[in-house]
Design a protein around this ligand. Structure first.
Ligand code: S3P
Length: 175
């Protein structure tokens, strides 16, 4: 089977679902954010503070390329990676892209207890979520498939994505 690439906004469920999917299909789990932190030897927050978002996005392009060239992996892609065309080139060569979605209230609820996302460590995270979601919508729409995780349990989401991916690979000729 081709690789599975989960794209989607922060808090859409990529990490948990990618991990469970990797177990379901006996594939490896890989996160572009983890790769970046390992290579840069610091946290995403520190990269944004010390070197800025542009630097992070450039490092992210490398991480996406490397993750996408691995075999038999489920990739948990950083939420903003969809904004760069080069990343879509890597994704298309790698496998099937599934976008996870959830409405802004769900995203707010899921993300508010964490502090590891620099873009949401702002005075009005809800407004930020709204703005970023609107700006990114056309980029998330480039995914092959879309699954709303808002009202699904992790198990249900994994089952749904598994069906989509199996169907996708059947249509692609069992690759
Ligand atoms: C970002 C999402 C984060 C991480 C960074 C920027 C974004 O990953 O890459 O904080 O721009 O949406 P998650 O989507 O895994 O939270």
């Amino acid at each position: 089977m081709k690789n599975i690439i989960l794209v989607g906004f922060m808090g859409s469920g990529k990490t948990t679902i990618a991990f469970e999917l990797s177990r379901r299909f006996n594939m490896s789990y890989i996160s572009t954010d983890d790769l970046i932190e390992k290579r840069e030897k610091c946290t995403i927050n520190e990269i944004f503070t010390k070197k800025g978002e542009e630097y992070f996005r450039n490092v992210e392009v490398e991480a996406v390329r490397d993750a996408c060239s691995m075999k038999n992996v489920v990739i948990d892609l950083g939420g903003g990676a969809v904004m760069r065309d080069e990343n879509w080139e890597s994704i298309r060569l790698s496998g099937v892209a599934v976008c996870l979605t959830a409405d802004e209230n769900t995203i707010m609820e899921r993300t508010k207890k964490y502090k590891h996302r620099p873009l949401l460590n702002v005075e009005d995270p809800k407004q930020k979520i709204r703005n970023l979601m609107a700006k990114r919508a056309p980029f998330y729409a480039k995914a092959d498939h879309c699954v709303d995780t808002g009202k699904l349990t992790v198990k249900q989401a994994v089952e749904k994505i598994a069906e989509i991916v199996e169907e996708h690979s059947r249509k692609a000729g069992g690759e």
